[in-house]
Write a protein that binds this ligand. Structure first.
Ligand code: SF4
Ligand code: SF4
Length: 341
């Protein structure tokens, strides 16, 4: 199966009709949203020890995406054949002709699946899992607060990631607002391809914004992610005009942005953002803008297989350390504070 198109996202269509959502706040904790994971003890998604909540649905289709289970705004079944015991319980449980076990072997007919989850419940081997679960904001925060003691000792908190958290802004705002009320540090990771109003609605309850910058050339950006970058660059400029601490992140992907010239062009844009912030704050206070280079990796290959999706980055090799060092040098030469991971 090919990667679902961006147009599959019902939320993108919904927000195309909804230009301003800033009035949503104050928030309702009973509001629910669709998540696909809650990861405890994260140390790469903001300061300290954190819990990262992954929301379903994304407005880009980066061909190397590490979280393909977050692309669609609907639940979907993941099947791991190497765990299957061929017990047939899922076949019995499915009322939609989705699961098969016969003399030809074991198969999952995804085209029949309505993601009801009956087969997942029946599978004791955990060969079937459901990516996409509806939860209230209240339930998410209750889960996050299990690790309160670690946040207190490390200066950590909660990070909303995805997918794209700003595609479910009411739900995200409710989680962030309640987390802040509990005294937690709050952060979001965004791809930036959302209406400014959706991001703006989250800023009042977000302590740190982490945002991807993949390419400054819009045609190359479109080829790599399925969308041009005009909205992303405009949102980055808007963010620079706030006082919010910002971390920009560039996944270094072969053929997309792995040359000194391309990293230099992104560096020039980050420099512009630092200047914008200096102007907007009359030079008072720190810029609080940093930039990270993250090497592409291929760890998501099994996830694509489990979702029946084509993995278009399967032939790419991660950039070697010496190449990352050269690119980091190119970035540093621009005078921007940059960190390579
Ligand atoms: S229930 Fe699980 S282990 Fe049994 S046949 Fe289905 S997928 Fe395999
Ligand atoms: S999720 Fe429901 S419809 Fe889909 S294969 Fe499993 S039981 Fe059948």
């Amino acid at each position: 199966m090919t990667i679902p198109s961006i147009d599959d996202s019902i939320f993108v269509q919904r927000f195309a009709r909804q230009p301003s959502i800033v009035s949503i706040l104050p928030v309702k904790m009973t509001i629910s949203g669709l998540i696909f994971d809650i990861q405890r003890f994260s140390v790469h998604d903001g300061p300290g020890i954190r819990t990262t909540v992954f929301l379903k649905g994304c407005s880009l289709r980066c061909f190397w995406c590490h979280n393909p289970e977050g692309l669609r705004m609907t639940p979907e079944v993941q099947f791991l054949p190497n765990r299957c015991l061929t017990c047939g319980e899922c076949v019995v449980a499915c009322g939609h002709d989705g699961q098969h076990l016969d003399e030809d072997g074991r198969s999952f007919e995804r085209q029949h699946c309505v993601a009801c989850g009956s087969c997942v419940e029946a599978c004791v081997a955990e060969a079937l899992t459901l990516a996409g679960k509806r939860m209230t904001a209240e339930a998410v925060v209750a889960e996050v607060m299990r690790d309160r003691v670690f946040y207190e000792t490390s200066g950590g908190g909660v990070t909303l990631s995805g997918g794209e958290p700003a595609l479910q802004p009411e739900f995200s705002a409710a989680i962030l607002a309640q987390s802040k009320a509990e005294g937690l540090h709050t952060a979001i990771e965004t791809c930036g391809q959302v209406p400014w109003a959706s991001l703006e609605a989250l800023l009042a309850v977000t302590d740190l914004v982490m945002m991807d910058l993949k390419q400054v050339d819009t045609e190359k950006h479109h080829a790599a992610t399925g969308a041009g970058n005009e909205r992303i660059l405009a949102n980055a400029r808007q963010l620079a005009l706030t006082r919010k601490p910002l971390v920009f992140r560039t996944p270094v992907v072969p053929g997309v942005n792995d040359t000194a010239a391309e990293i230099g062009a992104i560096a020039a844009f980050v420099r512009e953002l630092v200047s914008l912030r200096a102007i907007s704050s009359n030079g008072n206070g720190p810029a609080d803008i940093s930039w990270e280079l993250l090497p592409f990796h291929r760890l998501a290959a099994d996830k694509y297989r489990s979702l029946g999706l084509e993995y278009r980055a399967r032939d790419l090799n991660p950039p070697p350390k010496d190449q990352m060092a050269v690119l980091t040098e190119a970035a540093l030469a621009s005078g921007v504070a940059v960190r390579a991971n």
